[in-house]
Design a protein around this ligand. Structure first.
Ligand SMILES: Nc1ncnc2c1ncn2[C@@H]1O[C@H](COP(=O)(O)OP(=O)(O)O)[C@@H](O)[C@H]1O
Ligand SMILES: N[C@@H](CCOP(=O)(O)O)C(=O)O
Length: 311
């Protein structure tokens, strides 16, 4: 039987003040999902995976959006999804989003549904809802489109790829910790429902500064912009090592530093002015002080989801 293999990269969401809006895809990790029709008569999804993630399609971020799509379009197929997890989960690296995007893109191509990338994002967002309780579209937008993206509307879904004219390298500081089931869900519960107007204004300055900085190729604006008074602050108890890591990265001239998605990974942007090795050395000591080991993953921006058909 013909099948389609889709590949989607990991991502880091929020990028400072852009909670649920900004995100970037990186080549650090990727998920591969193959979709194949194995029966007809009923809308159904069966999952095979190399990981210990739930095989129940409603609890798997790849299964839920595909089932949703089949039901919504009245497509009576039994779809097998073979998920090869490459993106570690529970670390703020958009793992659930990468699976969701790859699964929807694979089915789109297999059935020649001609969904636009924005429609792929809309369906894939259901995968995020299934696993974190909220349909946040930032990770899936980055994994689908690649590069740095802004979700400028959710209904209808509208994603804008932000042109990047700044040269930077990406380093992910990944603590070797188990965050447990539903990490993003729990981190979202810490975000305040109401915010002080002063903090909101400050955050709008950061977001504008970051977007303008990378678009204009202005290092200083980017550095000023990678900041957040609201969401990162509310979640700080989850990553007590972050203020210290932030201080080290900025002192050693990083372009910027922020929490990757809902953490615990920290994202550092660097260039030739940055003492990246010095950051890694000092941050290792900080991580050890918190009784954890941090891995440093050097990477670069990733492209969007890709599909390949096998007949
Ligand atoms: N295909 C999937 N890929 C990754 N996580 C999944 C998948 N399906 C279900 N999950 C669940 O989603 C959660 C993902 O972890 P979470 O920290 O919330 O987000 P992420 O890893 O995307 O940053 C975990 O609880 C995991 O069991
Ligand atoms: N905007 C979301 C992003 C969650 O990303 P994840 O990779 O940690 O799942 C949030 O901050 O909750």
């Amino acid at each position: 039987m013909p099948f389609v293999r889709a590949t989607a990269y990991s991502s880091s969401a929020n990028l400072g003040a852009g909670f649920d809006v900004l995100s970037l895809a990186h080549q650090a990790y990727k998920d591969v999902v193959e979709a194949e029709i194995v029966g007809e008569g009923k809308s159904e999804v069966v999952i095979q995976s190399n990981s210990d993630l739930p095989l129940d399609p409603l609890k798997n971020s790849a299964g839920a959006p595909v089932l949703n799509l089949l039901n919504e379009m009245g497509l009576k197929y039994r779809v097998k999804l073979r998920i090869h997890k490459g993106v570690p989960y529970g670390l703020g690296l958009g793992s659930s989003g990468a699976s969701a995007v790859a699964a929807v893109a694979a089915l789109n191509s297999l059935l020649n549904l001609k969904l636009s990338l924005e429609e792929v994002v809309r369906y894939a967002t259901a995968g995020e809802k299934a696993v974190s309780g909220s349909p946040h579209p930032d990770n899936v937008a980055a994994s689908a489109f690649g590069g740095v993206v802004a979700v400028v509307s959710t209904s209808p879904v509208r994603i804008v790829t932000i042109p990047v004219r700044l040269n930077f390298k990406i380093t992910l500081i990944v603590p070797r910790i188990h965050t447990g089931e539903g990490k993003t869900k729990r981190a979202r519960e810490l975000v305040p429902k109401q915010v002080d107007i002063g903090k909101m204004v400050e955050n709008m300055r950061y977001l504008s500064s970051f977007v303008l900085g990378i678009t204009k190729g202005d290092r200083e604006l980017t550095r000023m912009g990678l900041n957040d008074e609201i969401v990162e602050k509310s979640r700080e108890p989850l990553f007590p090592y972050y203020p210290k890591i932030r201080e080290i990265a900025l002192r050693k001239d990083a372009v910027g530093v922020c929490v990757s998605g809902a953490g615990p990974t920290i994202l550092v942007l660097s260039d030739e002015e940055t003492d990246l090795e010095g950051i890694k050395r000092e941050v290792s000591t900080v991580c050890n002080g918190f009784e954890t080991v941090c891995d440093f993953v050097d990477t670069q921006l990733g492209g969007g989801v890709e599909t390949e058909r096998f007949n």
